[in-house]
Design a binder for this molecule. Structure first.
Ligand SMILES: C[S@@+](CC[C@H](N)C(=O)[O-])C[C@H]1O[C@@H](n2cnc3c(N)ncnc32)[C@H](O)[C@@H]1O
Length: 271
């Protein structure tokens, strides 16, 4: 029975993520159009696209020469920023081949070496990458695509060497209760873990609407995140809740008197 349940979770995870990745592939060309000067910016010495709070967390690490993997790296801009801080071997993984094409093109824009970008669904990362990294990095907008949070965090843990660290910047789960509007307002239960399907295009730069391939979204509470980390042998070292709009979503909430947390940063050490 337990095995059947595990198999069912594996099958639904595959179904949801493969569909969602079609939507990300579709979004790649649009994101590229929205950031026409990105290659030029990447070429500038010291290019750094990290958000301020996450940048502080990264700067608090002993990064020089350290190996870093970013899961769901998108076009690689955040990993290129970390490489510029003196990291050693850096590997970016994303399930969208179109974003990985962009990352492989961007890496040629600057003076980067000892870096690679590979296309993998995070649930199917080849085991030869396990245990190779001093740091695993997740930047904003990743957890909500994961049907199986524990499986995802477990994978991040597997990528780390013993003593390695998982660094995360994410949308705060409380923000997932809100729908955008004027003003943004509470529209969803904090505890609704059902798959949310949508065919709204994934242009979070302008918010311009287009009908896209359907994609599946999942709410994970703070408790879910902490429990998944505990089950993955990860020990929480830092945790910060952020009042500013980091994910370009419901930004008006940053300026209301009874403001909710909008983002978080956290770091864990693999025991
Ligand atoms: C919101 S973006 C992350 C953006 C990142 N914070 C940045 O600014 O570069 C989410 C990324 O997760 C990737 N993704 C979603 N589901 C995935 C999966 N199952 N496996 C691998 N990548 C996935 C998407 O292709 C997309 O590039």
């Amino acid at each position: 029975m337990a095995t059947e349940t595990k198999e069912a979770l594996k099958d639904s995870t595959k179904k949801y993520t493969e569909q969602t990745l079609k939507s990300w592939n579709e979004a790649a060309a649009i994101h590229h159009q929205r950031n026409p000067d990105l290659a030029e910016r990447v070429a500038e010495p010291g290019f750094n696209a990290l958000e301020a709070d996450f940048n502080r967390l990264v700067d608090a690490q002993e990064l020089t020469g350290a190996s870093v993997v970013q899961v769901c790296c998108n076009n690689g801009k955040d990993l290129l920023s970390i490489k510029n801080k003196g990291a050693g071997y850096c590997l970016g993984i994303d399930g969208s081949s179109k974003f990985i094409e962009q990352a492989n093109s961007l890496v040629k824009s600057g003076d980067f070496s000892d870096m690679a970008f590979e296309t993998h669904n995070v649930y199917e990362i080849p085991p030869h990458h396990y245990g190779r990294f001093d740091f695993a990095v997740i930047t904003i907008g990743v957890l909500n695509w994961m049907p199986d949070l524990q499986g995802f965090i477990q994978t991040c843990s597997k990528l780390l060497k013993p003593g390695g660290r998982l660094l995360m910047e994410e949308i705060h789960p409380v923000l997932n209760m809100y729908a955008e509007g004027t003003p943004s307002h509470i529209a969803y239960s904090y505890f609704d873990r059902e798959a949310q399907v949508s065919d709204d295009g994934l242009d979070y730069f302008t918010g311009e609407k287009y009908a896209s391939e359907p994609h599946y979204n999942f709410q994970h509470t703070l408790g879910d995140i902490f429990s998944a980390a505990i089950a993955s042998n990860l020990v929480l070292e830092t945790f910060e809740e952020i009042a500013e709009d980091v994910g370009n979503c419901c930004g008006d909430l940053a300026n209301i008197p009874h403001n909710p947390p909008l983002a978080l940063t956290a770091s864990w050490r693999k025991a």
